[in-house]
Design a protein around this ligand. Structure first.
Ligand code: GDP
Ligand code: MG
Length: 177
């Protein structure tokens, strides 16, 4: 509610990007509400979620934006990126094409996003080790080359999800304070 909002020290906007069905919406629902859905319902309606996080002695309200399925049509516009201090660039470790497309997503991010936007590359579906097509090493090397952070997650098993968002949020906090 409003009285609680006033106690927040900062409001950060961050965006989720990446190919369709890599798990963006489930990463967000896991982080914001600790929920996971097995069926693949494209995001409809909800365009962002909030969570309040303590970093040091500051209370940060993280507003995380999710594509409402527009990524299928590559129809994400500049307004989606506007004002974003952070971006999570998500791929699916079991589908190499989603990893190969990171380059395109980074280009778009660097075109539309702020020049000092904090970027975290996230390799999701860590639980599907037997179907893995992209090694952790490859993911890490890509991130190193692009000078961005890297983490592997499982929205399904709630592995590293909190850590991924916290990495982004604490880095934004460092840059902006
Ligand atoms: P989005 O299109 O990027 O928002 O992807 P969704 O969050 O809708 O997820 C697409 C599909 O992948 C759904 O069937 C999810 O249940 C599934 N999924 C998402 N995250 C994981 C995960 O960490 N592990 C597994 N095994 N499946 C996942
Ligand atoms: Mg979605």
């Amino acid at each position: 509610d409003d009285s609680f909002d006033e106690e927040c020290d900062y409001l950060f906007k961050a965006v989720l990007i990446g190919d369709s069905a890599v798990g963006k919406s489930n990463l967000l629902s896991r982080f914001a509400r600790d929920e996971f859905r097995l069926d693949s319902k494209p995001t409809i309606g909800v365009e962002f979620a909030y969570r309040n996080i303590k970093v040091g002695d500051k209370l940060i309200k993280a507003q995380i934006w999710d594509t409402a399925g527009q990524e299928r049509f590559r129809a994400i516009t500049s307004s989606y990126y506007r004002g974003a201090l952070g971006a999570m660039l998500v791929y699916d470790i079991t589908r190499r094409a989603t990893f190969d497309n990171l380059k395109k997503w980074l280009e778009e991010l660097r075109h539309f996003g702020d020049s000092d936007i904090v970027i975290v590359v996230v390799g999701n579906k860590f639980d599907l080790e037997q179907k893995r097509e992209v090694s952790e090493e490859e993911g890490r090397k890509f991130a190193e080359k692009e000078l961005v952070c890297f983490i592997e997650t499982s929205a399904m098993e709630n592995f590293n999800v909190e850590e991924a968002f916290l990495q982004m949020i604490t880095q934004i906090h460092k840059i902006t304070s």
